[in-house]
Design a protein. Structure first.
Length: 125
């Protein structure tokens, strides 16, 4: 975590400094820093997968639900990342559209689980 915090502060300071000189380089610096942080974060995903596999040994969870959970997390992270990049570049309208599309994508992706839940509730009644 310390590496990420330090990299984030260095990127922010470099971005502020460069935006005073050449604004387009400031934006590129912010995007490059964000991509580096994202790459570092994705390298840590193996710990998450190990924890999910261990949880799966404790509880009888269908693999399809684990796969769906990972898809939803990926959509969430990607939408937030893209939205923040757009906000940094000054495109707030595009940022809002990306956030909306991310939420809709998560809803559509998670719809089979919601339908299965309603089907189970309907069988009990």
């Amino acid at each position: 975590m310390e590496v990420i915090a330090l990299l984030g502060m260095m990127t922010a300071l470099g971005t502020i400094w460069l935006k005073g000189i050449r604004p387009e380089f400031g934006t590129l610096t912010a995007i490059a820093g964000a991509i580096i942080v994202l790459t570092y974060g994705l390298s840590r995903i193996e710990y998450l997968l190990e924890a999910i596999n261990e949880l799966q040994t404790w509880l009888p969870i269908k693999p399809v639900y684990i796969k769906l959970l990972l898809k939803l997390m990926g959509i969430s992270f990607l939408a937030e990342f893209a939205s923040n990049i757009c906000k940094d570049a000054g495109c707030t309208a595009m940022s809002s559209q990306i956030e909306l599309f991310g939420k809709l994508s998560m809803l559509v992706t998670g719809l089979p689980v919601i339908l299965a839940l309603f089907e189970t509730l309907n069988q009990w009644m």
